[in-house]
Ligand binder design. Structure first.
Ligand code: HEC
Length: 137
């Protein structure tokens, strides 16, 4: 193997390391938005600080089962009639907080940035599965 290839290999390794230490700007912005608008109900990556009935978004949660399109709609418009049905099925008390609609407060771009951040919490298998998940009507 020539020196050129060894250097290229080292360069790629360094790039990979940088992505871990310095996440892409969209992910950093998503983390800030998440802390500001979501964490008080959904808790942090480990799920700590979560309100009862607010689901965690980490690899133990259910969030990664939904497509990007459905997740963005849910963030902008709230959980809607489907969410109401799930609450009833799970026996969630009526007065427990609901997933708010963030339209007007957050843009679609903001929702995408938050999602980009949440995806860093999922396993590679979950990310591959979620990428191929079709949008539900
Ligand atoms: C006032 C508390 C509250 C806040 C703030 C909040 N959520 Fe929620 N969220 C909930 C609750 C409760 C649910 C469960 C559905 C329901 O009961 O409405 C939920 C459900 C969700 C779901 C569906 C998860 C699944 O597996 O089906 C997603 C995704 C979500 N929230 C993302 C967010 C994001 C992103 C933010 C910040 C922009 C946010 N939430 C802010 C309370 C909150």
């Amino acid at each position: 193997m020539g020196l050129k290839w060894v250097l290229l290999f080292i360069g790629l390794l360094a790039l990979g390391g940088c992505r871990l230490v310095f996440p892409p700007p969209e992910v950093q912005r998503g983390e800030q938005l998440y802390r500001q608008y979501c964490q008080s109900c959904h808790g942090d990556r480990s799920g700590a600080g979560r309100l009862p009935y607010a689901p965690p978004h980490n690899e133990q949660g259910h969030t990664w089962h939904h497509s990007d399109g459905n997740l963005i709609a849910l963030i902008l418009d709230g959980s809607g009639p489907m969410g109401e049905m799930m609450r009833q099925m799970q026996g969630v008390p009526a007065e427990a907080p609901r997933m708010p609609a963030f339209r007007g407060l957050l843009t679609e771009d903001d929702a995408r940035a938050i999602l980009a951040y949440l995806k860093t919490w999922w396993t590679p298998e979950q990310r591959r599965f979620q990428e191929r998940t079709p949008m539900m009507p």
